[in-house]
Ligand binder design. Structure first.
Ligand SMILES: [Zn+2]
Length: 53
């Protein structure tokens, strides 16, 4: 599947992705890419995300 949904590595919840999830409210100078937002843990970078099939 080309549409693998990223999941939180901590709790396994599906992340919310898109413009809202990756909004720049995290910090104006934050260079960390946000993969998606976990409902439990908030915005997550690649290190906290697991791409599940
Ligand atoms: Zn989580």
């Amino acid at each position: 599947m080309a549409d693998a949904s990223p999941k939180c590595r901590l709790c396994g919840s599906e992340l919310t992705t898109g413009l809202v999830a990756t909004g720049r409210r995290v910090g104006c100078c934050n260079a960390t890419p946000i993969v998606g937002t976990c409902p439990e843990h908030g915005p997550l970078g690649p290190h906290h995300v697991v791409e599940d099939e």
